[in-house]
Design a protein around this ligand. Sequence first.
Ligand code: FAD
Length: 449
Amino acid sequence: MTQPAHCVAVIGGAVAGAEMAGRLAEAGTEVVVFEQNPRPYGKIEDGLPRWHHALRNKEYTTIGKHLSLPNVHYVPNTKIGCDIGFRELVDDWGFSGVVLANGAWRDRRLPLEGADAYLGKGLIYQNAFIVWFNHAQESDYRGESFDVQDDAIVVGGGLASIDVVKVLMLETTRARLALRGIEVTMLELEVKGIPKILKAHGLEWDDLDLSGCTLYYRRRAEDMPLVEIPEGADEKRAEKVRAGRRKLLEKAMQKYRFKLEPLCMPDGLLVEDGQLVGLRFRKTEADGSRVTPTDETFERRGSCVISSIGSVPLPIEGIPMKGELFDFVDWDLGRLADFPTVFATGNVATGKGNIVASRKHAKSVAITLIEAYLGVSDDPDAREQLTEQVRKRSSNPVDPISNQLRGCPPMAAETLESIRSRVRERQQAVDYDGDYAAWIQKVTPPDFE
Ligand SMILES: Cc1cc2nc3c(=O)[nH]c(=O)nc-3n(C[C@H](O)[C@H](O)[C@H](O)COP(=O)(O)OP(=O)(O)OC[C@H]3O[C@@H](n4cnc5c(N)ncnc54)[C@H](O)[C@@H]3O)c2cc1C
C-alpha cells in the first residue's frame, strides 16, 4: 500500500463527520475522527426522537460503515477544546486539514432577560429534554431527568418543537391511561395516534381530563417550515406549499391533541415563589419573513416552559465567534479567517437541523477538499474550477483563505508517523483498541434504542 499523502482530522463523528471521513478515506487520505462521546451518532441518537427507530438504525449503520474503514482512526471520548485544545490540534499535530463537524448543541437562549435563572425552576431547554426522552428507558441513564406534566408551554415553531409537543402529549396520555390500568407503548401511541388508541379502549379525549400542551409560535401556522418552499418557487407554488403545511399541522394536532397559538412572541416572565409559572406574550403580525410585534400582550400559565427555538454551536476555545455562531468567512466551506487549514461541515455550517442537508454539505465540502485543497484527485480542471468558485465567493479575492485552496503539500512520512503515534496514545487513554464494532458493542447499553 502506498503511504497516504495527507491526514485530516475530523471533529465529530455523526452524519456529517462520518460522511466526510468516508469520502476522504475512499480518496486515499488517512482520517482521524475525534468524537466527544463514546458513540458517534450525535443528533441521530440525541435529537431525532426514538420513535424514528428505522431511520435511526439506518443512520447508525451508515455512520459505522464510514468509521470502520481501514484508514479511518476513531478516537472516542475526546472533546476538542477540552481534552485536546483546538489550536493544538490545528497547529501542533501536523494535520493537512481539520474539519469541524461538531453540530449545534447549544439551545438558542429564550430571549427574555434573566430567563436562564429559572433553568430547573420551570424552564427547560429542548436539547436536554430530547436527550432525556431518547434515553429515559435505559436503566443506566444518569443524565438530567424531567417530570412531564400536562399543560406545558412550548415556545418554538421549527420541526424540533413539533417533536417536543409530541413527546409531551405521548407521555402525559400514557400516564393518564396507566392510571386506568391501560398500558400503551410510546411507539404504538405515536404510530396510531391518541384518538385511535382511546377509541380502541372505549374512551374519549375528555375522559383523560388533560388540557394538552400549547405551542406558541411567532408566525402563522402556514409559515411553519414543515415542508420547504422550493427555491425559486412562484407565488402559486408557494401558496400550495403553505396550504400543505396548514393541513399537515392540523393533522398532527388532531393525532396528538396539542394546541397552537400562532402570532405571538415571549415578552416577559411570570414568576411566583422563585418558580417560572408562565410567560407574558406579545401579539405579532407576520407577513412572509417579516414579524412585527404589536402593542397587545397576554399572559399564559403552564406547568413548565420549554424553549425550542433552535440550536447553535457550543463555543470551542480558540474558534472566533460572531454572536452565537462561529465567525466563518466562507459559510459554504466553513472557513475561519485565521485558520487556513480548517473547514466546517454539517449542522455547524449549514445552520439546518436536517440529516440530508448535513450529508449533502459534507459531500460537497469533501469534494472541494479532495479535488482542490488536498489535490488528491487526478482532475486538474475540477481543481481549477473549484478554486475559482471559492475565490469568486470571497469578498477579498486575494485573502489567504481562498489562496490556500490552491493545494496543500503532501505530508512528510515522519509527520504522519507522529500523528499516528499521538492517535494511538489517545486511543489507549480512552481504552479504545481500534476495533470499532467491538467498541460500539461495549459502549451500547442493552436497552439502547
Ligand atoms: C428533536 C429533533 C428532531 C429532529 N428530526 C429530524 C428529522 O425528522 N429529519 C431530519 O432530517 N433531521 C432531524 N433532526 C436534525 C438531525 O438529527 C441533525 O440535523 C443531524 O443529525 C445533524 O448531523 P451533524 O452530523 O451535522 O451534527 P450532529 O449530529 O450534531 O453531530 C455532531 C457530532 O460532533 C460531536 N461533537 C460536538 N462537539 C465536539 C467536540 N468539541 N469534540 C468532539 N466531538 C464533538 C457530537 O458529539 C456529535 O456526535 C432533528 C433534530 C432534533 C433535535
